[in-house]
Design a protein. Structure first.
Length: 153
């Protein structure tokens, strides 16, 4: 069942990036909330916030290693965990990692398009949101849920 959820999230990420690349690649920007939030096409050849530009193959190899670690971790720990929030956190992280991985391998860069103009926040995409929410949820589950199942994982 995890694979289905991961596939759906990746599909949503890839569809949004495809639509944005068709509609906004020519430099057009769409204001969603004037002077606050817009859709704006950016080709990110680095990692978070555009750092480490040009490290495409490093990121590809790193993502593969992270996904292999997840598969190992799943087989050793996760398939015995029943906490829904714990599982959702890892589904989100894996979905985001694969969504951006597909862009790096296929295009050589990651398509970003969500832009908070108000605070001039770096442009990001749905896969980035998946990873951030998944990581926050993972920390919350591991730090604050008070049950033995999560304390042992």
């Amino acid at each position: 069942m995890y694979v289905v959820f991961i596939a759906v999230l990746i599909l949503i990420d890839q569809i949004t990036k495809y639509i944005v690349s068709i509609q906004l690649q020519n430099g057009r920007e769409i204001d969603i909330i004037k002077n606050i939030f817009s859709l704006s096409y950016v080709e990110n050849r680095g990692i978070a916030f555009g750092m480490m530009q040009g490290g495409r193959w490093f990121f590809v190899v790193f993502t593969i290693l992270i996904l292999l670690a997840y598969i190992y971790y799943y087989n050793k720990v996760l398939k015995y965990k029943k906490d829904i929030f714990y599982n959702i956190s890892l589904i989100l992280i894996v979905s985001g990692a694969i969504g951006n991985f597909i862009d790096r391998v296929h295009l050589g860069y990651v398509i970003d398009f969500l832009y908070f103009k108000l605070i001039n926040f770096p442009v990001f995409n749905l896969a980035d949101i998946y990873v951030v929410i998944g990581a926050i949820l993972y920390v919350i589950v591991n730090l604050f849920l008070d049950n033995e199942e999560n304390k042992n994982g």
